[in-house]
Design a protein around this ligand. Structure first.
Ligand SMILES: NC(=O)c1ccc[n+]([C@@H]2O[C@H](COP(=O)([O-])OP(=O)(O)OC[C@H]3O[C@@H](n4cnc5c(N)ncnc54)[C@H](O)[C@@H]3O)[C@@H](O)[C@H]2O)c1
Length: 185
């Protein structure tokens, strides 16, 4: 599949994110990568692109507004360090997720914990780290990637994956309820 060039990506768009500072996890490929390109097209002034895949992240270096950060979203210390380095974000997109196949009998405790660390605890770290500056700046948007798996219907052989994605909904509603009056959407 062809990837858009930096000039093509910067040309189009309606300027809906003009001047906004954004961060996207799982930015190297898939939905995260497409989101980075969309945010650029919509006029974001900064897109912090986070992923564990250094090689694929490099492809984003062509975009002047992209700040590449190779980071494991399970690493809470690195996430808090990144938040200290950066000024307030307007948009935090927690996109990173891992699909573990199998029913409950086929899911080891190690795979259960890994799935929760990548899919849910990573969001706990990112929100905790970036929310204080977002509030201080007057507000912002946090997007947490869930799935139809478990939240709308049960999906075969996706037991722990679906469980983590249901947890993402709970986390999102909890944060929204606690901080909506401080401008957090
Ligand atoms: N693709 C779908 O159909 C679909 C449907 C519903 C929900 N989702 C969710 O959307 C999100 C993105 O899905 P996708 O299909 O685009 O993903 P993908 O598998 O194409 O890409 C995932 C990216 O995450 C990165 N990543 C994995 N583990 C990481 C870690 N520990 N630290 C940092 N980066 C890490 C990978 O390097 C990769 O670049 C996931 O949360 C997924 O559960 C996807």
């Amino acid at each position: 599949m062809a990837t858009s060039t930096s000039s093509e990506t910067e040309k189009k768009g309606l300027g809906r994110l003009k001047g906004k500072r954004c961060l996207v996890t799982a930015a190297a490929q898939g939905i995260g990568r497409t989101t980075v390109e969309t945010f650029i097209r919509e006029g974001a002034s900064l897109v912090v692109a986070v992923d564990i895949n250094a090689e694929k992240l490099e492809e984003l270096r062509a975009f002047s507004v992209v700040d590449i950060r190779v980071l494991d979203v399970r690493d809470g210390v690195a996430i808090h360090k990144l938040a200290e380095e950066l000024d307030a974000l307007d948009v935090l997109f927690n996109c990173a997720g891992y699909v573990q196949a199998g029913n409950i009998l086929e899911t080891s405790e190690e795979r259960w914990d890994y799935s929760f660390d990548v899919n849910v605890k990573s969001m706990f770290h990112f929100i905790k780290a970036f929310l204080p500056k977002m509030i201080a700046a007057g507000g912002g948007s946090i997007i947490n990637m869930s799935s139809v798996a478990s939240t709308i219907r049960g999906i075969e052989a996706r037991c722990v994956y679906g469980t983590t994605k249901a947890a993402v909904i709970g986390l999102t509603k909890g944060v929204a309820r606690d901080f909506v009056q401080k401008g957090i959407r």
